[in-house]
Design a protein around this ligand. Structure first.
Ligand SMILES: *[C@@H]1O[C@H](CO)[C@@H](O)[C@H](O)[C@H]1NC(C)=O
Ligand SMILES: *[C@@H]1O[C@H](CO)[C@@H](O)[C@H](O)[C@H]1NC(C)=O
Ligand SMILES: *[C@@H]1O[C@H](CO)[C@@H](O)[C@H](O)[C@H]1NC(C)=O
Ligand SMILES: *[C@@H]1O[C@H](CO)[C@@H](O)[C@H](O)[C@H]1NC(C)=O
Length: 485
């Protein structure tokens, strides 16, 4: 589908344009915007029609999600900066196809390709820095192609590429600063990253069936991000102790021993800012007071049932503990004076005590716990709370002064509880914008809650939910007018 008609005028115009700047869309079927040749989702079964064979300013060619199987020689213009072939079942790539972009092409992405060999065409790329290959069962990875790319390659992503033994070509990529690798590997040698030791900044080894970190990472002084999700790690040792590691993710592993975890974190105690430990087997909240920079802790989907041990350091602002077995918050939040977000969805808390968490918290989610009462003692004095989620608790009582300290509250949800009356205490929520009261099947609205009428209309609150068949909004806005004042 041509975007221009071939009148003499446009042809001449296009010719002038090409000869001056080459700044014309090189493919008939595609759209061009600055720096980008857009050919995604066009149902192409073969490469689009090339109308200009040279482009300037190294544009990025996006061919993702078509059904192209063959990229023959001469089907790409010269001077490309990047090509995204993701989602095309390529079976054949011409050996000379990248020749015209050998100095300019820095980024290349493939997925779902049907190639038995790592394409030789890549040998001609003299400036490739970012390479991503996903969901492609390539059997042969020619080390000489990798060695040639190793002169420039900085960033490699290999996800589900059918590799089962740790690749012997990783060492020929000495400039790598970032590697994402995800394929079930028999084992990873301790010196796997010996040639990148000085350069490696970010390493992701996901789904590689690793059980122990051994000393693989201890030789990487520059490493800032280490992501080891979806493995079977129970032994965490040899984290790099060079003061750089800020981000550590160990989601979905088998770490059960809390004192082993805290020992393992000592080398990164002053650098680590984010710790992701969701989906492990911890039963005790760890004592993390020795960590000096920690800001974010994720410990959801563990088996933590004991709130009487452990501690978070003062620096922490975000703590997620969803889906554990906590019955109490006593003690471990005590030092967390900077804590602003606390996620406790799906635990076994029967009480929430305002003395158990700091007044700084502005968002708290205690949905799906065992709270039966909400009283003023649930919230700290001078609370900064702005968002409060109490959904799916067996709450039957909300005391008259329950929300007295929540002058900053903007969002309240109390869906699927057992409350029978609208909490009149809401009248003290002078900054509330939204209330969600849906799913409260026992709720009836009566003239005893008449006091809420003025509050509701003067604050312009948005309320969802019903009492019986009547919407709460309709009751507070209209029906309550008939109540004796
Ligand atoms: C992959 O290529 C082979 C031939 O090289 C072919 O027989 C097979 O059908 C292709 N698979 C897919 C999913 O296209
Ligand atoms: C991890 O491995 C499992 C099983 O082999 C697979 O189903 C899953 O898609 C993989 N995930 C990733 C992100 O590679
Ligand atoms: C961990 O496992 C859960 C449950 O299977 C899954 O939802 C989550 O995406 C996984 N996390 C990562 C980082 O893959
Ligand atoms: C837990 O880790 C500590 C410290 O590494 C170790 O002394 C202890 O034996 C471990 N406990 C179990 C049950 O493995």
């Amino acid at each position: 589908m041509a975007r221009w008609s071939y009148t003499v005028r446009t042809v001449i115009h296009a010719w002038i344009f090409v000869s001056v700047t080459s700044d014309i869309c090189p493919y008939k079927e595609c759209q061009c915007v600055e720096g980008l040749i857009e050919c995604e989702d066009l149902n192409l079964k073969s490469m689009p029609t090339l109308v200009v064979n040279k482009v300037s300013f190294a544009p990025y060619l996006a061919l993702s999600r078509n059904s192209i199987t063959s990229v023959p020689d001469g089907s790409l213009p010269s001077g490309l900066g990047g090509v995204d072939f993701e989602g095309n079942p390529l079976t054949d790539i011409g050996q000379q196809v990248f020749v015209g972009s050998s100095d300019t092409l820095t980024t290349l992405k493939f997925s779902n390709v049907n190639l038995s060999e790592f394409p030789f065409a890549l040998l001609y790329l003299g400036n490739l820095q970012h390479l991503s290959i996903k969901d492609s069962q390539i059997q042969q990875w020619d080390i000489s192609v990798w060695a040639s790319l190793g002169n420039t390659l900085k960033d490699v992503t290999l996800v589900n590429v059918g590799i089962t033994n740790w690749p012997d070509w990783i060492p020929v990529l000495p400039l790598l600063t970032s590697l994402e690798f995800s394929s079930a590997i028999v084992s990873i040698p301790d010196d796997a990253f010996r040639t990148q030791a000085q350069n490696m900044l970010s390493l992701t080894l996901r789904n590689v069936t690793m059980t122990s970190t051994s000393s693989i990472f201890s030789i990487l002084p520059a490493l800032t991000d280490l992501i080891l999700d979806n493995n079977k790690i129970s032994q965490l040792t040899g984290l790099p102790n060079f003061g750089r590691l800020t981000y550590l993710s160990l989601e979905n592993n088998s770490i059960a021993n809390t004192s082993h975890l805290t020992d393992a974190l000592r080398p990164v105690q002053n650098s680590l800012r984010s710790l992701y430990m969701d989906g492990n087997k911890l039963t005790i909240f760890p004592d993390l007071l020795f960590m000096t920079s920690l800001d974010t802790i994720h410990l959801s989907n563990n088996l933590i049932d004991n709130g009487n041990t452990g501690a978070i350091p003062t620096s922490v602002s975000f703590l997620a503990l969803e889906n554990n077995r906590l019955t109490t918050l006593v003690s471990f939040l005590e030092m967390g004076t900077k804590l602003d977000t606390l996620q406790l969805h799906s635990n076994m808390l029967a009480e929430l005590a305002g003395t158990d968490y700091p007044a700084n918290v502005f968002e708290i989610d205690v949905s799906l716990n065992l709270l039966s009462r909400v009283t003023e003692s649930c919230f700290p004095q001078n609370s900064k709370l702005e968002t409060l989620r109490l959904d799916l608790n067996p709450i039957s009582t909300v005391s008259v002064s329950a929300f007295g300290s929540l002058v900053n509250l903007r969002y309240l949800s109390m869906t699927n509880t057992r409350i029978r009356r609208l909490p009149v205490s809401m009248a003290s929520l002078s900054n509330l914008i939204t209330i969600d009261f849906r799913g409260n099947g026992n709720l009836v609205c009566t003239c005893s809650e008449y006091i809420l009428r003025l509050w509701y209309s003067s604050n312009g609150v948005d309320c969802s939910g019903t009492c019986g068949l009547t919407s709460i909004d309709f009751f507070l806005r209209d029906l309550s007018a008939a109540c004796p004042s």
